[in-house]
Design a protein around this ligand. Sequence first.
Ligand SMILES: C[S@@+](CC[C@H](N)C(=O)[O-])C[C@H]1O[C@@H](n2cnc3c(N)ncnc32)[C@H](O)[C@@H]1O
Length: 289
Amino acid sequence: MAHGHHHEHTDIDWAEMAPLLESQAELFTSLYERAMAWLTDKQTEPGLIVDAGSGPGVVACLMAEAFPGARVVAVDGSEPLLERARARADRLGVGDRFGTIAGELPGVLDELDYPADLLWASRSLHHLGDQRAALAAFADRLAPGGTLAIMEGGLPARFLPRDIGIGRPGLQARLDALEEEWFAEMRADLPGAVAEAEDWPALMTAAGLRPTGTRTFMLDLPAPAKDRARAYVAATLARLRDGFGDRLDTTDRATLDRLLDPDDKASVHHRPDVFVLAAHTVHTAVHAM
Ligand SMILES: C[S@@+](CC[C@H](N)C(=O)[O-])C[C@H]1O[C@@H](n2cnc3c(N)ncnc32)[C@H](O)[C@@H]1O
């Protein structure tokens, strides 16, 4: 996701991102459910599930529903997001076995009373400066036989055909390239940033765990996208424009502006060819007994 464009602007205001994080996770519910079904085969009856970097808790609540015998603890650096997580858990009737802990990962995991049978971290590990050390800390908080599952990587999402009839074909691929640059700057600017080759199973092995599988889950919402998907596409493209629209050439910038203008028939709010195609990868490893 794009959140800034200069080195000094890679700091992310997570609380401000709550609506986007929530609507994205809600739209991606079927993907998360399939990932969870896959995890159920590996970890049949977890007693304690920890969601590290839970954000507003959409996935943590899905886990509470997928594992009715488990207690779920959502951990995040943003207290406002955890408030939303607790409200969601109450709304869904799982609040009695749902807790939150606010603080900086990975150190805050020391506050857990018990080791986790399942520790899930989706799209949060890459926001920590020292990913190797973070994985070691995650591994340290696992119960014997417990599973660590991280969602990292996959494919850049696609929302539009290559040629959309306006501007120059291939806009999304060019946005991807800018987002990669932004991502590299974001990582370099993190406190205690350490460059690390992103071989997740190898890093999990180095943390003393035994990798048990890698699987990619797709979200495939074909055109014409429904309102919820369109709103997500518009919010995502708006963040990219705010984050690094000034790095686009004038043609691409004008195309992006048209795509985001609700009064323009060619915008993502109206055009019939909008879809959501995304692929997220989950890597698992087990704490050897
Ligand atoms: C991209 S969001 C992912 C949210 C959720 N796991 C999901 O998949 O939708 C990253 C989350 O990690 C949290 N986070 C980032 N850096 C953190 C840190 N150093 N300590 C604790 N939480 C952090 C943010 O507050 C945010 O909620």
